[in-house]
Design a protein around this ligand. Structure first.
Ligand code: ACO
Length: 370
């Protein structure tokens, strides 16, 4: 019987885009620590870095901002297609449908281009916000070209100009979600592109992979825990009781990172900067500090640190993004990594064609092998 490994330990590609270093708790984007980028740079700057290999000069940044802002509007026929979809279609299904339909209209051909990457990156938040507001019977909010990528997404979702702290926190979350090596959705995108299919087909496949709960699964359980705890004074008794009953604290521990998850660390710094401005952030910090202390007491030596899901949940809850939008919002960050990988794959392309080991029965009388 063949051993099915899920490709663990197999090198699928060489990449200049990112390094995931679980041993040392480092995530590197093109030579920069992702945690520093998330705190110091804008979504547009880091997208430019991942696509082009270097951070932009001021004029390059302004031009990118302008290009993305001009590409935010959803073509009318895409709105019509979205409106025809049954209400039961998930937001990830809506994104796949819209991306597929956008690809056909553009008549995209080999090789994929940076312009296509920018176009998809710019329009995806508008599609999520459009569908969300339609589903909730709210008037559609047109994009605001003055706002940065993260702030404009919040604005289109809520119809209100977002607080700066909320835009900043979401900006950091999106940057830290942009890229994470040869994860399942990125690999899916590269495989599709390797057949000389187009950018939009590859992104559709990546969205399909991201939709699965083993990959883009939302940090619902952390939210449920924070909701149940509710206030700082309840944190210790609630978590002590959970640990005494053998339960796991959601948002802590990681299979690969046995030291600080660099993404959680960066989101913690951003969250700390926001405390005093929003009680949700304060509660998250308090729950984390208490959890780390209690985990050391109940599970000494297990090296349990805060994982990215904890702060993803805390931040998305604080900026009031509805839980059903968690995976689509993660996608709005990861689209940058996918498209960077798709462009990289095109530049070195060879079709992916792994082998399989046949473990089924052989024909009873197969004369050809005699
Ligand atoms: N709370 C309490 N105890 C824990 C936790 C936790 N969050 N995580 C691990 N432990 C304990 C286990 O009970 C076990 O204790 P024992 O030695 O007394 O039996 C020990 O630590 C080791 O646990 P494993 O399950 O072997 O650790 P593993 O590395 O396989 O698990 C996992 C990693 C699944 C993430 C785990 O830490 C967990 O269940 N965390 C909570 C769920 C969570 O936050 N998931 C999101 C992960 S982040 C991501 O996927 C992007």
């Amino acid at each position: 019987m063949a051993k099915v490994t899920g490709f663990e330990g197999i090198v699928a590609a060489e990449t200049d885009i990112s390094l995931v270093d679980g041993e040392n708790g480092r995530l590197v984007y093109r030579g920069y620590l992702a945690k520093d980028l998330a705190i110091e740079q804008s979504y547009e700057e880091v997208a430019y870095l991942l696509w082009n290999g270097q951070l932009p000069e001021q004029d390059e940044l302004e031009q990118l901002h302008m290009r993305l802002a001009n590409l935010r509007n959803i073509p009318e026929y895409i709105c019509e297609i979205i409106d025809l979809l049954p209400l039961s279609i998930s937001m990830m299904g809506v994104l796949q449908t819209a991306v597929a339909a956008l690809g056909d209209a553009a008549g995209v051909a080999w090789p994929p281009t940076l312009q296509q990457a920018e176009r998809l990156t710019a329009v995806l938040p508008s599609i999520v916000a459009y569908r969300y507001r339609k589903l909730n019977g709210l008037p559609i909010v047109e994009p605001d070209a003055q706002l940065g990528h993260a702030a404009n997404y919040l604005y289109m979702l809520t119809g209100q100009l977002p607080e700066e702290s909320h835009s900043k926190a979401l900006n950091a979350y999106l940057i830290l979600g942009m890229e994470h090596g040869m994860n399942a959705s990125t690999f899916a995108g590269r495989v599709i592109l390797s057949t000389q299919s187009d950018m939009n087909a590859a992104v559709c496949g990546a969205i399909g992979a991201m939709k699965g709960p083993l990959h883009g699964g939302a940090p619902y359980e952390v939210i449920a825990m924070l909701e149940e705890i509710g206030s700082k004074d309840r944190a210790e008794p609630w978590m002590r009781n959970a640990l005494e009953h053998g339960a796991r604290l959601m948002g802590f521990g990681h299979r690969i990172y046995k030291t600080n998850d660099p993404r959680a660390e960066a989101l913690r710094i951003v969250t700390l900067q926001m405390t005093g401005e929003d009680p949700s952030f304060e509660l998250a910090i308090h729950v984390e500090n208490t959890a780390i202390r209690l985990l050391e007491e109940f599970k000494p030596g297990r090296r349990l640190f805060t994982n990215v899901e904890f702060y993803a949940a805390a931040i998305l809850r604080a900026v009031q993004i509805s839980p059903d939008l968690f995976t689509p919002t993660f996608t709005l960050g990861r689209i940058v990594g996918w498209t960077a990988h798709i462009l990289e794959q095109a530049s070195v392309n060879r079709i992916f064609r792994p082998e399989s080991v046949y473990t089924g029965p052989m024909p009873a009388a197969d004369l050809s092998v005699i």
